[in-house]
Design a protein around this ligand. Structure first.
Ligand code: RIB
Length: 319
């Protein structure tokens, strides 16, 4: 049977420019033509999960502008149930201004728009008070207000769903975040977010796999049973009750890393929701993330299940 997944999160229109190098503060750098496409961590993870074979419901909020119409159309085109995606009159949809360096590294400036208006009462109205909606897994990120994410996690857990949080972008530490982490079964963070949650000054070396597995283990003390830290091109590590794991990942010719983390999260959430072993889930997630780096854009770069299976079958990462 297919995995049933609910994503509660953001929907953004992405405006992206590829540049030879990222500008420093106060500097202007010329780049290629602007590319516009659907994005947002919530929307990306929902579309990724649908392409990977899950039955997906999206919960989110759009503005009543042309971007909102396009963003909804992208969800529907991916086969996602959009009945819990609202449209807020007089509000702009979320917008992300993205600058991508030729090797795939990027910076993102976000204008949250309607995403910021997804409060607890709107969440209840959109979902009829049942976020989980009989789903196996509820997948969350932090581009919508923290109290809403906390309410969604609590409700999902009470309904017996697996709660998966991609803690990005990471807010300043505080009691709400502490409470949220206690409602989460699986936490996914990158190195910077992991360091931030542990109160560490810097990122350190991605080559130091042992160090990162130890940090994943430390993060488990904040609440989640399973913690996964993504390490970019160096793969990912995990810590769970059964022990620590390192997955070296898949070499890929990266052109744009936007959306790669979202592909990773979707694939991991699906696999763990289906009860697959963590090592297998981690490998599949790394394959999905690597594949997404080989194409430009957010949602347009997300791989299908067949593409990920091909990589896992040893046939390499192709753009
Ligand atoms: O994770 C990538 C996403 O982050 C982009 O699509 C952009 O919208 C930002 O939210």
């Amino acid at each position: 049977m297919d995995e049933r997944l609910v994503v509660v999160g953001s929907l953004n229109m992405d405006l992206s420019v590829t540049v030879p190098r990222l500008p420093r503060p106060g500097e202007t750098v010329s780049g290629a033509d602007v590319v516009r496409g659907p994005g947002g961590k919530g929307g990306n993870q929902a579309v990724a999960a649908a392409r990977l074979g899950a039955r997906v419901r999206m919960v989110g909020l759009l503005g009543d502008d042309a971007h909102g119409v396009e963003l909804r159309a992208a969800l529907v085109a991916a086969g996602i149930d959009d009945s819990a995606v609202g449209t807020l009159p007089g509000t702009a949809s979320g917008l992300a201004l993205i600058v991508v360096r030729h090797d795939g590294e990027n910076t993102i400036t976000l204008s949250p728009g309607a995403n910021d208006r997804l409060d607890e009462s709107t969440l209840r109205t959109l979902t009829g008070g049942t976020v989980a909606n009989r789903a196996d897994t509820v997948l969350l990120q932090l581009e919508v207000p923290l109290p809403t994410v906390l309410a969604a996690a609590r409700e999902a857990r009470a309904a017996g769903a697996l709660t998966v949080l991609n803690a990005a972008p990471l807010p300043a530490p505080g009691p709400l975040l502490t409470r949220l982490l206690r409602e989460i079964d699986v936490l996914i963070v990158n190195e910077t977010e992991a360091a931030g949650l542990l109160g560490l000054p810097g990122v350190g070396s991605t080559a130091d796999g042992e160090n990162w597995t130890a940090r994943a283990e430390q993060l488990r003390r904040l609440g989640p049973e399973t913690v996964v830290i993504t390490l970019g091109g160096a793969g990912a590590v995990a810590a769970a009750a059964g022990g620590r794991l390192t997955e070296p990942g898949f070499p890929a010719d990266a052109v744009d890393t936007v959306g790669a983390g979202d592909a990773f999260c979707a694939r991991l959430a699906i696999a763990l929701g289906l009860g697959h072993p963590l090592a297998q889930a981690l490998r599949g997630a790394c394959a999905a993330g690597a594949m997404a780096t080989t194409r430009h854009g957010a949602q347009r770069s997300l791989p299908t299940r067949a593409e990920v299976d091909r990589i896992l079958g040893g046939n390499g990462v192709a753009g």
